[in-house]
Design a protein. Sequence first.
Length: 306
Amino acid sequence: MKRNSLVRKTLGILIVLLLIAGLYFTINSRTVPATSKLTVSTSFYPLYDFTKNVGGEYVEVTNVTPPGAEPHDYEPSPQVLSKVLRAKVLIYNDAHLEKWAVNLSKDHSGVVLEVGKSVDHSSSPSDPHYWLDPILATQMVTVIRNSLSKADPAHAAAFRDNANRYIASLRKLDGEFKAGLQSCTRRTIITSHDAFGYLARRYNFTLRSIAGLSPEEEPSAEKLASLSKIVRTEHIPYIFFESLVSPRLADTIARETNARTLVLDPIEGLSNAQQRQGKNYLTLQRQNLKNLRLALECDGTNDSAH
């Protein structure tokens, strides 16, 4: 009798363990194991954000440029580059922004995507900041989808659906910019560096920049004097600066002309604080729109409310 009781208890324990194991498998089968995810290295933040939205649960994305770093002059360490080479997909912007990625792509054995080759930026071929135009951003998302599908055909349908949803968000953003900047008293802005040309052309305002396409370019004294004259003559109320670059030159012109400073984010990278706050491409673009409306004195804005 004792033997039968022991057998029954043993069987009961085994059944319970099997039920627990089955429950555990059911729960965990709803998520993709990390080891089976497609590994992707992206060169800087916008590509990281776009890829995360397209890949969803099926990709493991690593952003090469760290938080707070400016991608124009960032050089990854050999240790970082070795990790990039091990990823199955490498996505970078173009030769104008990440020279390190151009050289590394020659040694990469997986899928390599240079996004700029598939984006219509013929209006300014040497300007790499096309991600700031929501319509050109939809083209970027499309080619990212294609590259992920090439590397992982089994999840191509999921990548397509995710891309379609995100493209819809970008088209909504485009509509917000069109409506928000349609009726404005002013049409000229001064920025710390020449990152917003595509945005200006898309939404019909004029951009004058202190530095060139790279924020590290130092302007001449003549250029600073010319910009200061424009600010005074046109009574421009704000000089835009950006979060990852020193506001020194913007502050100088603002002091000389009694203007104020305001952030216009090129979204080249997120700071640690922005990451903690849950910021992303879409939220930062909407903040850009809000600040542009204030500086351009568009319908419905109130300067005193800032």
